[in-house]
Design a binder for this molecule. Structure first.
Ligand SMILES: O=P(O)(O)OC[C@H]1O[C@H](OP(=O)(O)OP(=O)(O)O)[C@H](O)[C@@H]1O
Ligand code: HPA
Ligand SMILES: [Mg+2]
Length: 165
């Protein structure tokens, strides 16, 4: 997306809670997954939390890159494919995990590889929402989500005018 107006910063604590909430929701479906396929790199973090909660031990990656600079999506490149062991039956009982879906393009590519899999993301924007089966929080399309692994502690200017000293 290129017109980002709002920001949604997420702390480690909040991300852990949201990823755990996603695990609760997935557990509530009653389905058992034989493997998690996480979409790198963002999907690695929620995948670790969900795997811990659901007791999943078989973790696979699909390596997709698209956002080269902040908020500008380039051409999607698949750098590593999913093992044929998991794609052979279309991804039956496989859980795909990503941190978020924005335009839905990344999710669409991975869904094509595993049409029978369940797609879970912690956050979703409206355009990508139809591509996910389960998510926790929706933010507007013009919001940029700042993940804790991309953030650091910096000085914040005071809110009140003229109080900057
Ligand atoms: O729905 P889309 O518009 O396709 O965007 C969503 C994808 O963009 C980000 O990944 P990115 O390609 O930036 O790579 P990263 O996970 O390595 O940060 C994010 O982690 C999702 O995978
Ligand atoms: O809102 C976002 N935040 C971080 N990475 C992203 N990749 C696509 N959209 C986003
Ligand atoms: Mg990603």
């Amino acid at each position: 997306m290129s017109t980002v107006e709002k920001s949604f910063p997420v702390s480690w604590d909040q991300f852990h809670r949201d990823a755990r909430a996603l695990a609760w929701r997935l557990a509530g479906t009653g389905q058992e997954w034989k493997a998690i396929v996480c979409i790198t790199r963002g999907g690695l973090v929620p995948a670790a939390i969900i795997a811990r909660e659901l007791g999943t031990r078989l973790i696979e990656t699909v390596c997709v890159a698209s956002y080269h600079d902040y908020s500008e999506q380039g051409e999607l490149r698949v750098l590593k494919q999913i093992s044929p062991e998991l794609t052979a039956d279309g991804g039956e009982n496989v859980l795909i995990v990503d941190d978020l879906t924005d335009t839905g393009k990344t999710a669409a590519i991975v869904r094509e590889m595993l049409p029978k899999a369940h797609f879970a993301a912690v956050y979703a924007k409206p355009k990508g929402r139809p591509m996910v089966d389960t998510f926790i929080t929706e933010v507007s399309q013009d919001t940029w989500i700042y993940f804790p692994w991309d953030l650091g502690l910096t000085f914040q200017a005071p809110i009140g005018k003229g109080s900057a000293g």
